[in-house]
Design a protein around this ligand. Sequence first.
Ligand code: KIV
Length: 288
Amino acid sequence: MSSHAEPASPIPGIRRPLTLHRLHEMHAQGEKIAMLTAYDATLARLADEAGCDTLLVGDSLGMLIQGRDSTLGVSLDDMVYHTRCVARGLAAGGGTAWLVADLPFGSYHESRDQAMRSSAALMQAGAQMVKLEGGGWTAEVVRFITERGVPICAHLGLTPQSVHALGGYRIQGRDAEAASRLRQHARELHEAGAGMMVLELMPSSVAADVQADNPQLITIGIGAGPATAGQVLVVHDMLGLTRGKLPRFVQNFLAEVAQEGGDVAAALRAYVQAVKDGRFPDPTRHAY
Ligand code: KIV
């Protein structure tokens, strides 16, 4: 086999490792894309086996794994460590999910060169795509990095690394001016090379407009309604492990399957199925 051949599936019906090209085909064919966060090898493997198309090593690990009160203290070394753990878990299980890792706060803000160095560290740890937050100034960074072979997932709406500037974890894009700015940022980022974009905590209509403006962009919603190409949830939230009051867009899939004797693996499968069938998110329960 040539060193750059696409891995073939030896057995018909067995899933092949997902590529960005394949995710774009799925989106073009109207298949919804299921993403979950993953921070460790065990849950990464379980989520992959459940049929998750893509996993995100999110800097939400700052809260969920490290016990911080925001993502701001997460370092690039932390992200590299957890990306390695997840990549190993995927490899050990013959995983197929597309692996995205977050660039943490401060690792891409100084210069395009710094952003490229940080992206390289995550790619060398096993990521296939890196995610960065915000619009405007980030478009130039996205262009620079994608031109150098790093696929980029952008992140607009509620961007947790800017929590203090935004005045808390609030819904974004509510008024006409904010919605139009968000749409403009999305167009610029897509034009600069972002192939995927997380849209977090915004009115469903704004996310729908972003998707309509950029038909080929793989938008992944979280609290952004049903019109996005895919959905993401924080794995601890959808398994009911997170303490405190959760936002309305979260559904506890473990509680649901447990009524029928289902376990964590069943909850992960139920989430993937609900995203694929368009049953999650429910516009009447999970959207704004
Ligand atoms: O860090 C994270 O988990 C994220 C998701 C909420 C999209 O960015």
